[in-house]
Design a protein around this ligand. Sequence first.
Ligand code: MSP
Length: 525
Amino acid sequence: MTSGGSFYITTPIYYPSDLPHIGHGYTSVAVDTLARWHRQAGDDTWMLTGTDEHGQKMLRAAAANGVTPQQWVDKLVTESWFPLLETLDVANDDFIRTTQPRHEQAVQAFFQALYDRGYIYAGEYEALYCVGCEEFKPESEIVDGTGPFEGLKVCAIHSKPLELLQEKNYFFKLSEFGDRLLDLYKTEPDFVRPDSARNEVVSFVKQGLKDLSISRSTFDWGIKVPWDESHVIYVWVDALLNYVTAVGYGADDENFQRRWPAYHVVGKDILRFHAVIWPALLMAAGLEVPRGVFAHGWLLVGGEKMSKSKLTGIAPTEITDVFGSDAYRFYFLSAIPFGHDGSFSWEDLSARYQAELANGFGNLASRTTAMIERYFEGIVPVPGEYAESDLAVHKTVADAAAAADAAIERFRIDEAISAVWTIVDELNGYITDNAPWMLAKDDAQRARLGTVLYTAAEGLRALAVLLSPVMPEATEKLWVGLGAAETLGRLQDQPIRAAGGWGALRPGTSVNGLAPLFPRVEQPA
Ligand code: MSP
């Protein structure tokens, strides 16, 4: 991608019926990393996140806590969901709440437009509903209950009983969009990624689509249907629309033109909503479909999808309090191939923190800067003539930067990190092989010592730039420690697609005592 193109990316909007757990945090840090990368590449970037505040799930959570739904969401959003962004160092550009007037008004306008275009009709409905999913369940996701739910039909995802709902609803003519959707998946093979997700969506649509119930009349916690106030708009339609209402649909055409369409990153459990229903709604309204939908896998704890309702939920602060936000971001984004499920364990997190961050990257940074301080009074030396082993480092840096950018284009953050990590590994080997501490003992090797330490420092410069979207805090420390902030400007302004070029760090820069990037941690009990 060339610099300057529009790059609009979203997280799903989270249900604030409960507290955030590390699964929610996973989606957010992935999207934040992609957004930071594009921002640093000079693309016209916009990152949106937010909360999905209507529907029955919210109503019940509020009732169970003896407050109104508005009080409940206000409390959870301000006390837990906003702070989550700080906890994880997420630099979103906007935060939408579906109870905001800007959203509610635009949702009504969209709904009216669909009605006027003939895509909505009134009908009767009877089906099994899961409040956890906020969805009428398809046959394939209905299973027989066990234990306390013996004899009942339960949701395959939540393992909780389904409810038989019968009411008059408004319907969206989803069934009319099957062919156009299949055509979309064919002409835009990257519309749904990864391939496993794409295959699932294609075979789902090929089975034939049923019209979708898009209003509810048995409760009123939602946005009213504009022409029939006895109905509220189905929470999923309300929620999906956040992606357009937040950038000015129906209110600010100029901004809408500038931002839309978006890339959506979602957990695989909500893929169908994003890759089937959402583009169909947009087609019906005569709007452009999203640029693409990327489905990531689940975080598993003890082999199961981690969830609050199954009591396997882990709060993000349990990790960041011990290891810090960079380690959280690095761990989930590097250890799990993006698009696949991944098992979380404290042992794995601790081991990777120690091996990759503290011993691998952190140690490389501290020994390089310490040697520049010791042998060159803290001034980055001028490199002499480059030998073959130095040129090999230049090549590794150039190749890693190009490979990482290509991986980010494919949304493979894990592959981008492993490409960048080749620089860490190469430099650690390079220092061991060149043994600057030996060169320092021999005056005749002074120029060689300068070349070796310049090479290591310049490699660290590239690492700081390339890893800053993943680990903004540690790389900022390193940037300041290398003295680069004074000569090259702010880290987040360094053009990331040029990071692989050799020689940006200026000899003569003074390094400033670098505190350990990844300090030793007390192991959690
Ligand atoms: N409100 C809907 C989304 C509406 S978007 C128009 C919703 N909210 S959610 O809070 O339940 O989930 C939000 C995101 O968190 C989803 O992408 C979901 O997959 C992700 N995760 C929830 N639990 C997760 C794991 N255990 N692992 C990975 N991601 C998980 O769905």
